[in-house]
Design a protein around this ligand. Structure first.
Ligand code: NDP
Length: 487
């Protein structure tokens, strides 16, 4: 984490657009409070909400209660003082005058203590429909002329290659790349950062990290819940756009990049772009789509099929499950399938990466059965990083093998920052290492746009799978055909 460029002359305004929404209430405000509680926010930080809902401070504070309860009871004085730094503005996203009022509210706070520099962060926690209005009005009415300006944008980053161009143009006409923070929720996980160090500082991993030793890789984002919140958005965007074309592709890029020239952020992002450029465009033959259904045996009223939800159109063909096999054309990765699996209403909730090594040629002697090594990076429900290896069975006279897990995740001492907290702190500090650059997203759309166009136009029927199952059988056949083994 870089230190925040804090000086006594700097004021910081943090503006949350769409502050009445789920993301702001459940993630952004709890993270801001925890940073404040731990004295990690720069002094002089003021927080501003902006939304259409008429939410004055007292009402807004009550809305936040369910997400902050435990922490606020621990330190009520500090909790009250946190709220004295929050200022609520109501307005329409397309009304320039409301942005003038927001600016005046910021200026009032920024000039209160004779601060000479006003630094501003704008967090767009709003649905994509208001993206154009908000960015345009920020640029016309709210940019600071004396300090820096930064903008945080949330997925979805447009719908495809075509619609991303105007999105990118709009953003980059107002902000320089160095001011844009395209947030990704997975890269800040400790396990990913631990793995990065593991790979580039240890011979065992740096030497075996290629098609010579690796047979297949699977990245999974499994969720056991049905589509509930933001159902309209989900039905329009589908599971591929919701998770694959952003979070999962960032994980894939981090896993496969060459060693960056230096620790400088742009060197890292250049390497991510390079590997994304080497990924071949996805073909429909490498994709299985599914949609959860009720097999008639399930009596739990929550476990209904996707199109049986009252909030989903009956004829919807939106996939709630997808498995895609991607191929990278490079000396290091040609021949290794990268299988992305994502789904709702599955048998479990889990996010992980499994890297399967090729089997070793040691199965000849009878009684010695060896399983290939597997590296597992688990991001949730609990962060884990371990290698599945073969060892001798203890206590046996004969040479019998057993599988053992080499745990590679060290327990951190002291308090560890949550993902959201550390991402917000990075933004205050101007550290873009864990954020995507717009040209990376452009490449990702290049990979997925042809299949997405096919799905949008042809509306193929997704394969049905039972609520609570592992997804369509055809997906597992696809993974097996690509050499992935389910042990
Ligand atoms: P919401 O749908 O809750 O929207 C946030 C706020 O935006 C609402 O409270 C509302 O505020 C305003 N809003 C909603 N719909 C419209 C509309 N049609 N026109 C104008 N304003 C509208 O979204 P979330 O808070 O869940 O998410 C915000 C953004 O972050 C979205 O882009 C989402 O895709 C993304 N995201 C969310 C995640 C989550 O966990 N929730 C995870 C990852 C990304 P008001 O009417 O008061 O102005």
């Amino acid at each position: 984490m870089l230190p925040v460029d804090e000086t006594n002359e700097s004021a910081y305004s943090f503006v949350v657009f769409g502050a009445s929404g789920r993301l702001a209430l459940s993630k952004i405000f709890p993270a801001l409070w925890q940073l404040y509680r731990d004295n990690l926010l720069p002094q002089g930080t003021k927080i501003f909400t902006f939304c259409r809902s008429q939410l004055e401070l007292a009402k807004f504070r009550i809305k936040c209660v369910p997400y902050m309860r435990l922490d606020r009871e621990r330190d009520p004085v500090k909790y009250n003082s946190f709220w004295s730094n929050v200022h609520c503005c109501c307005g329409s996203y397309d009304n320039p005058q409301d942005y003038v009022e927001l600016r005046e509210s910021m200026v009032r706070q920024e000039t209160k203590h004779n601060m000479t520099l006003a630094n501003r962060i704008f967090y767009l926690a709003t649905p994509p429909v208001v993206f154009d209005h908000v960015t345009l009005n920020i640029s016309r009415k709210c940019l600071s002329m004396t300090g820096w300006n930064r903008v945080i944008v949330e997925k979805p980053f447009a719908r495809n290659e075509l619609t991303f161009k105007p999105y990118q143009t709009q953003l980059t006409q107002i902000f320089k790349e160095s001011q844009i923070y395209m947030i990704d929720h997975y890269l800040s996980k400790r396990v990913i950062q631990n793995f990065f160090v593991l790979r580039f500082t240890n011979w065992i991993w740096s030497e075996t990290w290629s098609n010579k030793h690796i047979a297949a890789v699977m990245i999974s984002v499994k969720c056991d819940k049905p589509v509930q919140s933001r159902a309209d958005y989900f039905n329009q965007f589908g599971i591929i756009r919701d998770v694959m074309t952003n979070d999962m592709m960032q994980l894939l890029a981090m896993l496969t990049i060459e060693q960056p020239y230096s620790n400088y952020v742009e060197d890292m992002r250049d390497e991510k772009l390079k590997v994304l450029k080497q990924i071949l465009t996805l073909d429909m033959s490498d994709l299985v789509l599914g949609q959860y259904c009720n097999n008639g045996m399930e009596t739990d009223p929550v476990k209904v099929g996707y199109t049986q939800h009252s909030y989903i159109p009956k004829n919807s063909v939106t996939p709630t499950f997808a498995m895609a096999v991607l191929h990278i054309k490079s000396k290091r990765w040609t021949g290794v399938p990268f299988i992305l699996r994502v789904g709702k209403a599955l048998n479990e909730s889990k996010t992980e990466i499994r890297v399967q090594y090729k089997p070793m040629d040691c199965d000849r002697s009878e009684g010695i059965k060896s399983l290939p090594n597997e590296l597992v990076l688990r991001l949730s429900p609990k962060e884990e990083l371990f290698m599945r290896m073969m060892m001798k069975k203890p206590g046996e006279e004969q040479l019998c093998l057993r599988e053992a897990q080499l745990n590679l995740m060290t327990r951190e001492r002291g308090s560890v920052l949550g993902n959201y907290q550390s991402l917000l702190l990075d933004i205050f500090a101007g550290n873009q290492m864990l954020f995507m650059r717009t040209d990376e997203q452009c490449e990702i759309w290049r990979i997925f746009s042809p299949v997405l166009a096919y799905i949008d136009v042809e509306r193929p029927d997704p394969l049905p799978y039972d609520f609570g199952s592992r997804g369509p059988i055809a997906a597992y056949e696809l993974a097996r055909r690509n050499g992935f083994k389910f042990y």
